[in-house]
Ligand binder design. Structure first.
Ligand SMILES: [Zn+2]
Length: 266
């Protein structure tokens, strides 16, 4: 069985990606932490079933769950927010989600992708802050610029923020969601959704590909080649995740992947 269906088996060693940004798991869905100097921002909490792996990884890096102040979500699918409710009860963290995806998190519409993963979904939560295009999230030394990138879901949000190692400052971009699965005819027809999400997705990729990004972060590890970069990190290359060319290519590739999937599919 694919690891997506068994998230509790998706362990991956935690990584100090660069400066004050960290990867804390897992194979099926990525969770990142920004250490702002005044508390931690978690970006995507992952599946509820793999929360224990994420917490283990945080301790391994010397990051403490009690310090999580904000939990920010790329979009309203359970592989990215399934553990949020549990983490909020543990930490009291404030939660953020793209406005259009709030009904998914609140369990008001069956669009959390739980049915597709064959999972019961008990982790409903009401986001404290609803994100719009241009929203800013500020904590400690960090300002996250939020850009709406609808398509994968209506509320998918991509994040841009500075990271620092104390000497240099680099720009990170964390892609909000590029899977074409929710833009396929079958999925759209099943939920009576508009095909216009495909055009919105292409427009969003064309918009954000112009952004300056030194460090490309994804919300699934295969997106940005995490396995290979983790090996490079291990062998001493501290800049393994730094590649200013990668972001634009990723945006272009995301469009190509969508075109391939929906080719003749109208
Ligand atoms: Zn998704």
């Amino acid at each position: 069985m694919h690891v997506m269906s068994k998230p509790w088996e998706g362990y991956f060693e935690p990584l100090k990606i660069w400066g004050n940004v960290y990867f804390v798991g897992t194979v099926p869905a990525s969770t990142h932490i920004i250490d702002t100097g005044d508390g931690l921002i978690m970006i995507d909490s992952g599946y509820l079933e793999s929360l224990y792996l994420v917490i283990h990884n945080m301790y391994k890096l010397g990051l403490y769950p009690k310090d999580i102040k904000y939990i920010v979500h790329t979009h309203g699918h359970i592989d990215h927010f399934g553990a949020t409710k549990a983490l909020v009860s543990l930490t009291g963290a404030k939660t953020f989600l793209g406005r259009a995806d709030a009904p998914c998190a609140e369990g008001k519409v069956p669009l959390s992708y739980a049915p597709e993963y064959n999972m019961d979904f008990a982790g409903t939560f009401e986001p404290d802050v609803l994100l719009d295009d241009g929203s800013k999230i500020e904590l400690g030394n960090t300002v996250i610029d939020c850009v709406s990138t609808p398509g994968h879901t209506a509320g998918t949000t991509t994040f841009f923020f500075d990271v620092t190692d104390g000497t240099r400052v680099l720009r990170a971009g964390l892609m909000g969601g590029i899977g074409p699965n929710t833009m396929e005819k079958e999925y759209l027809d099943r939920y009576g959704l508009s095909y216009s999400c495909r055009d919105e997705f292409v427009a969003a990729m064309d918009k954000i590909k112009e952004y300056k990004v030194d460090i490309y972060l994804g919300n699934h590890m295969q997106q940005n080649g995490t396995i290979k970069k983790a090996e490079q990190l291990k062998s001493g290359d501290k800049d393994a995740f730094v590649n200013p060319k990668e972001w634009r290519e990723a945006c272009e590739n995301a469009k190509k992947t969508l075109f391939k999937v929906i080719d003749g599919d109208f």
